[in-house]
Write a protein that binds this ligand. Structure first.
Ligand code: ATP
Ligand code: MG
Length: 414
C-alpha cells in the first residue's frame, strides 16, 4: 500500500487489515519504496494513490512485471481527468476516497491478467501486446574495465548477424557513455536511449519505438547510447527493460553495456536510478551473456574476477567467454587460458580473437563496422563467434559468400 501521506490512508489500512484473506505487507512511504517492495516478489496487489508523485507508466509496468496488480484510490471514479490519468498509467481498478468500504472487495477481485509478468507495456491498452517471437534472442555483451573490446564485439556481432539476413537491433546501454554511434559513424546528436527513456516515461514507447532507432543497412537497427556519461541519470532500469522488450519484437538484440556490476541497493527506483542500472537490467533479461576480456595479464585477472562477480550477481544466463587481442608476444597458449577460465566458471564456449590493430583501425577510421571494411583474421574469428551464438544463422558454407569459418577458433569448456 502506498498513499504518500494521503488522508484516506489510515481508513484504507484499517479496512484492509481487518479483512479475511488480506495481509497488508507494507505501508510504503513513496513510489521508490513501493517498487522495491514489488521486486521482493511477496506482494499480489498494490493499493496506490493515483496522484502519488512518481507513479508513472514505467512504475506501473514495473509492478506488473513483478505480477503485482495495482488498485488506485482516486477522488472520484466518474471524473474524466481522473479516468484519463488512470488510463495513462494503465490502472483499471479504481476506488473512490469516499467509497473505501469497497476497497477490500476490489483488492481481492482485481483481475490478475495471466501474462502480465512479462512484456506488459502501458500504452497499448485494450489490445494485447504482440507476443515476442520466441526465436529472437537477447545477447548482452559485458566485460570488466580496461576497454577489453565490448563495443567492438557488440557492433561486430550485430553487424554480422544482420548481414546474415536476420533482423537485428543493437542497443548501446553503457551508462558510462556510449561508443556504438562513434564506431558506426552515426554522427547525429539524437540519443536513441535517451529518447526511448523519455517515451517509456510518458507511456508512448510501444507505438514510437521505431523512432528511437537508426537504420544501418537493411536489417540493422541501432539504439544509440548516452551522448555524455553524466546523462545516465535519465535512464531508469524499467525504461531500458521496456526498450529491450520492444527491440525483441523487431529481431535479435545485441546489447553493449558498461563495465561495472556494482549495485547501490534501493537506488534504482523512482527518480534516482543507480549508476549501473542499465548494465544490470540488461544482464537480468539476457538469454546469453558474452563476456569479453583482454588476453594480457591484467585483462585476464579482471576477466577471472568478472566471471565470479557475474555468477554471483546474475540469475544464471549462460555465459560465453571471449578472450580478445590474443598475440604471440604474450607467451601463453589457448589451452592455458582455457584452464584458467574453466576454474572460474562453467561457460558455454570460449573464443579467442586475435589482436588486429590494422583491421580495427580501418573500421574506426571509416566509421563502419568491421564486416564492411574488408576481410581480416579478426573478422573470421567474429564470424565463428556468431556461428556459435546463433547456430541457426550459420548457413552451410556457400562458396564465395562466407569467409573461411574454420579459421575462427572455438574451444568448448565445462
Ligand atoms: N581484437 C582487437 N585488436 C586490436 N584492437 C582492438 C581489438 N578489439 C578492440 N580493439 C580496440 O580497442 C579499443 C577499445 O575497444 P572497445 O571500444 O570495443 O572497448 P570497450 O570495452 O567497449 O571499451 P570502453 O570501456 O571504452 O567502453 C578500440 O580502439 C578498439 O578498436
Ligand atoms: Mg565500449
Amino acid at each position: 500500500m502506498m498513499a504518500s501521506g494521503a488522508s484516506w490512508e489510515s481508513e484504507a489500512f484499517t479496512r484492509l487489515d481487518g479483512e479475511d484473506g488480506v495481509v497488508v505487507l507494507k505501508r510504503c512511504v513513496d513510489v521508490d519504496d513501493l517498487l522495491a517492495t514489488a521486486t521482493s516478489g511477496q506482494a499480489d496487489v498494490a493499493v496506490v494513490g493515483l496522484e502519488a508523485p512518481g507513479l508513472d507508466p514505467a512504475a506501473v509496468a514495473h509492478l506488473r512485471r513483478y505480477a503485482v496488480r495495482p488498485v488506485a484510490v482516486v477522488s472520484r471514479t466518474d471524473d474524466p481527468d481522473v479516468l484519463t490519468r488512470a488510463q495513462r498509467v494503465d490502472i483499471g481498478a479504481l476506488v473512490a476516497f469516499d467509497d473505501l468500504a469497497t476497497l477490500a472487495g476490489a483488492v481481492t477481485t482485481v483481475e490478475g491478467v495471466a501474462d502480465t509478468r512479462v512484456r506488459a507495456e502501458p500504452g497499448d491498452l485494450g489490445e494485447p501486446a504482440p507476443a515476442t517471437t520466441p526465436e529472437h534472442r537477447l545477447v548482452v555483451v559485458w566485460g570488466s574495465g580496461g576497454a577489453p573490446g565490448r563495443t567492438t564485439t557488440a557492433v561486430t556481432m550485430a553487424s554480422l548477424l544482420a548481414q546474415r539476413g536476420r533482423d537485428t537491433v543493437l542497443v548501446d546501454a553503457d551508462p558510462y557513455g556510449g561508443g556504438v554511434a562513434q564506431q558506426l559513424g552515426i554522427l547525429d546528436e539524437v540519443s536513441g536511449i535517451l529518447s526511448a527513456a523519455r517515451l517509456a516515461g510518458s507511456g508512448h514507447l510501444a507505438e514510437r519505438f521505431d523512432s528511437t532507432c537508426r537504420g544501418v543497412g537493411d536489417r540493422l537497427r541501432v539504439v544509440t547510447g548516452l551522448p555524455r556519461a553524466d546523462r545516465w541519470l535519465e535512464v531508469r532500469a524499467t525504461a531500458l527493460e521496456q526498450t529491450l522488450e520492444r527491440a525483441l519484437e523487431r529481431g535479435d538484440v545485441v546489447v553493449d553495456t558498461g563495465f561495472s556490476l556494482e549495485d547501490e541497493p534501493g537506488q534504482d527506483f523512482g527518480s534516482r536510478p543507480s549508476r549501473n542500472a542499465m548494465t544490470l537490467a540488461a544482464l537480468d533479461l539476457a538469454d546469453e551473456v558474452v563476456v569479453v576480456g583482454s588476453a594480457d595479464p591484467v585483462g585476464l585477472s579482471r576477466l577471472a574476477r568478472g566471471l565470479v562477480e557475474l555468477r554471483d550477481r546474475t540469475g544464471g544466463a549462460p555465459v560465453r567467454v571471449v578472450v580478445n587481442r590474443m598475440r604471440p608476444s604474450l607467451g601463453w597458449s589457448e589451452r592455458e587460458i582455457a584452464g584458467m577460465v574453466e576454474g572460474f566458471s562453467r561457460v558455454l564456449g570460449l573464443h579467442f580473437l586475435p589482436d588486429d590493430r590494422a583491421a580495427t583501425d580501418r573500421a574506426l577510421v571509416a566509421g563502419r563496422a568491421l564486416p564492411e571494411t574488408g576481410d581480416s583474421s579478426l573478422l573470421r574469428a567474429y564470424d565463428a563467434l556468431v556461428d556459435a551464438t546463433w547456430p541457426e544463422s550459420a548457413t552451410p558454407e556457400a562458396p564465395g559468400r562466407r569467409r573461411g569459418r574454420r579459421a575462427g577458433r572455438r574451444r568448448g569448456v565445462g
